[in-house]
Design a protein around this ligand. Structure first.
Ligand SMILES: *Cc1c(COP(=O)(O)O)cnc(C)c1O
Length: 533
């Protein structure tokens, strides 16, 4: 091998040439700034044909600009959701404190599997999960947690602990053909089905309980199902409660579920199921848990104060759960992936523990500090801890209260505006959250009456189908009329979560995640609703 060629290669790709790295970062930053200024630019169309047919690899060693060029068209062709008109789903712009944290992490590239490969970054993970746990569980004594690659995996950890509780040794021996079930609500996220399938209890053994009209699990129906399971010898491993459903922000009554699980497991002399809360979206409400409503130092309006008061009530429920999923990449406006699985009591980790003999190449691992002994993953990025600590401390608790309250305020403004239109119906009027689900029917329809008939079961099927088709038609009409410079992009769901008599209800949807969205944009939505009806 030619030593000179080899040295050049190593110099280019492994030595820090700060100037060439900074130059390219500047170019990328300036391209991104240009794209934001063009707002809202047309997204480039995709070219999947060539992506498959021509996955070229350069022949000769190049330089960092070749690396830049290899990704640039795809970088340019990707929307960073920075536009304040993006309201279609739980996706928003990432904050700049998170960017700094993520950069710092990439420069060191720690591996959180054991502290030997991550040194102080492991400490940062302990710090950030403790900070988040104190926020969510409210000053808990001995919490713990790990960052995962997403809400699905965080939910998986909760379910897995539940299975180990009721089938001790399942990790070693499997569940041995027993029927093991988990519970969730009909409005819960589909990841719970994924988890039940992948953990081997089977998707069909995840029992989805209907919700009430406010997207909150029917605890009375959960009780009936628990009785039935216990009476026929079925093992109940876990309940995944929702704290903010994805479409409508439904929140389950966590305290009532806690009381029920404790009572039923005692009554039937069974191990208490895991109470896991999927707070992937809703966790950020906890920033407001301690806001002093009397002093109101941030000057919230009366209408906002009454919402914050309800938020504070709901957050109390989080204190009694065993574990939680939080997605910092949602309302924390962090970069992906920054999902965390948190346990309220560290002792529960014993259900996930592996022996050092199971991890031979971490022979020095210690259970007290090395996550590899309990995590699903082996190598784990440290992006989550860097993103979370940079964001929490850059923005500060007061900053987070402002951001969270602002989202609630805009969602409320839209709800109030829609309520003045008789052909519209806000479906999630009573949920406290950042999303709004609603119907737009043609002018002249009495949306409230139609909804009431639907919920009471007196709306004939044919009429229902006609109205649902109208909700989709008005939405398509708006899409056609939209001026991308001023009209927000809205979402549409075919099932917002509440299913009276099993009927899936479609809805228009808006999610307020972008801090730059303002009143004018909300009022423009109301105008366009009137035009589409
Ligand atoms: C987004 C979401 C998930 C899945 O999380 P990812 O981070 O996207 O994998 C799970 N549950 C709820 C309620 C969610 O909104």
């Amino acid at each position: 091998m030619d030593r000179n060629d080899y040295r050049k290669l190593v110099d280019t790709f492994f030595k820090w040439d700060q100037e060439s790295i900074v130059t390219i970062l500047e170019e990328l930053l300036s391209a991104a700034a240009t794209e934001h200024a063009l707002n809202p630019a047309h997204a480039m169309s995709q070219n999947y044909e060539t992506a498959k047919a021509n996955p070229e690899i350069h022949m000769l060693p190049g330089n960092l600009k070749d690396a830049r060029d290899a990704v640039f068209p795809y970088f340019w062709g990707t929307d960073s959701f920075n536009s304040p008109l993006h309201l279609e789903n739980v996706r928003g712009p990432a904050n700049n404190a998170s960017l700094i944290g993520a950069f710092a992490c990439l420069l060191k590239n720690p591996n959180l599997c054991t502290d030997r490969y991550s040194q102080r970054s492991n400490e940062l993970e302990v710090k950030s999960v403790t900070a988040l746990a104190n926020l969510i569980f409210y000053h808990t004594d001995d919490p713990w947690g790990v960052f995962t690659i997403g809400g699905t995996i965080s939910n998986l950890y909760g379910a897995k602990i539940g299975i180990e509780r009721v089938v001790p040794g399942a990790m070693q021996n499997g569940i041995g053909g027993q029927r093991v079930v988990g519970f969730c609500s009909e409005a819960s996220h589909y990841s719970n089905r994924t988890v039940a399938g992948w953990l081997g209890i089977g998707v069909n053994n995840l029992i989805a309980i209907p919700t009430d009209a406010n997207l909150s699990i029917r605890v009375d129906l959960l009780e009936q199902q628990l009785d039935e399971c216990y009476q026929n010898g079925t093992k109940v491993a876990y309940v995944v409660a929702s704290f903010g459903t994805t479409d409508g922000f439904g929140i389950d009554d966590l305290a009532a579920i806690r009381t029920l699980l404790d009572a039923k497991s005692t009554e039937y002399q069974q191990p208490t199921p895991q109470l896991h809360v999927d707070a992937a979206v809703g966790w950020a409400l906890s920033f407001l848990a301690d806001y002093d409503l009397g002093r109101n130092t941030l000057g919230f309006s009366d209408s906002l104060l009454s919402i914050v008061k309800r938020v504070q009530e709901a957050c109390k429920g989080l204190r009694v759960v065993d574990s939680a999923t939080i997605d910092f990449h949602k309302l924390g406006r962090g970069h992906y992936p920054s999902s965390a699985f948190l346990v309220n009591h560290r002792r529960d980790l014993k259900y996930l523990a592996r022996e050092v003999t199971d991890t031979p190449y971490f022979s020095e691992a210690q259970a007290s500090r090395d996550p590899a002994l309990i995590t699903l993953e082996c190598s784990r990025p440290a992006l989550g801890p860097y993103i979370v600590m940079a964001s929490l401390n850059g923005i500060g608790l007061t900053g987070w209260q402002m951001l969270t309250a602002r989202s609630l305020e805009l969602a409320e403004r839209l709800k109030q505006g829609l309520e003045t239109l008789p052909y519209c119906k806000v479906l999630n009027r009573e949920t406290i959250g950042v999303s709004v689900d609603w119907w737009v029917l043609p002018k002249g329809r009495d949306a409230e009456r139609i909804y009431r008939q639907l919920v009471e079961g007196t709306l004939p099927d044919a009429e229902r189908e006609q109205y649902f088709a109208e909700v989709a038609r008005t939405q398509r009409k708006r899409e056609k009329m939209m001026d991308p410079k001023v009209d927000a992009r809205l979402g549409f769901t075919t099932n917002f979560g509440f299913k009276p008599f099993g009927i899936e209800i479609p809805a228009w949807k808006a999610v307020f995640m972008n801090p730059a969205t303002d009143e004018e944009m909300v009022d423009r939505i109301l105008w366009s609703v009137e035009e589409s009806a």
